[in-house]
Design a binder for this molecule. Structure first.
Ligand code: GLN
Length: 251
């Protein structure tokens, strides 16, 4: 018995000594504490990122964690307004942005995007009863609530006869709709479902507005992009990404 204990102890000591030089049983080549990667997001966008207690959970949070685990980084999530994410990334305050963010040509002028990890659509939310907006045609002359700086904001800003109310959080736009302050909200389909579930008397119109690809954004020329793309490919190939999406979205 004593012998076994001392063998185990000796092995543990060896391992500790080895740790000082290389890693022992750990992954990657991080000798000390793992390097942190800061993810900029807006954690009011269920099911992609939202609070469960003090923790940010959701599809993006889990995919980001899986990527960081694979690459040997410690994930740190920084919650901010959606409209601040790209600046956080370009200024180096955050290492990457992940926030149900749609790849657009306009954004590509200031950031690089990884390969896409999922797709989405923009939808129109209206009151269940007596809705003024019934399709994209009647939307054109309506008062529309959107989240500032999102693709929903971008699309409706083209509607010259519409009045646009911009909010920092998608939930605030939906609240304004529930209170009758706007006629409709244009927002991503999955968060739309979560918002409609949380607010009585609202519905989503059948006709989707636009198809989009979500991806992670990084500072232009960042070496991390290739690293993340590599991890993302493995996580897509082995079904992890799909499993995470399915966990949050009942299809
Ligand atoms: N997909 C939309 C965009 O990229 C909205 C994202 C969000 O509100 N988190 O603009």
């Amino acid at each position: 018995m004593k012998r076994i204990v001392s063998i185990i102890l000796a092995a543990a000591m060896l391992c500790t000594a080895a740790l000082a030089f290389t890693s022992c049983g750990g992954s990657g080549d991080n000798k000390d504490a793992k390097k942190e990667l800061h993810m900029a997001t807006n954690a009011f966008f269920e099911p992609y990122e939202y609070y469960e207690g003090k923790e940010v959970v959701g599809i993006d949070a889990e995919i980001a964690k899986a990527i960081c685990d694979k690459l040997g980084y410690e994930l740190v999530i920084d919650d901010m307004d959606f409209d601040s994410i790209i600046t956080a990334v370009t200024s180096g305050k955050a290492d990457f942005g992940m926030a149900g963010m749609t790849v657009t040509d306009e954004r590509k002028k200031s950031v690089d995007f990884t390969d896409s990890y999922t797709t989405a659509t923009q939808v129109i939310i209206v009151p269940e009863k007596d809705a003024k907006v019934t399709d994209s045609k009647t939307l054109e002359t309506a008062t529309i609530g959107v989240q500032l700086g999102t693709t929903g904001d971008l699309y409706v800003s083209d509607l010259k006869k519409a009045k646009i109310e911009r909010f920092n959080k998608g939930g605030d736009a939906v609240l304004a709709l529930a209170q009758g302050k706007v006629d409709a909200v244009v927002i991503d389909n999955e968060p739309a479902k979560a918002f409609v579930k949380a607010n009585k008397g609202l519905k989503i119109l059948d006709e989707p507005f636009a198809d989009e690809d979500y991806a992670i954004c990084l500072a232009k020329g960042s070496e991390l992009t290739e690293e993340i793309n590599g991890a993302l490919k493995e996580l897509k190939d082995d079904g992890t990404v799909q499993k995470i999406v399915d966990k949050y979205i009942n299809k």
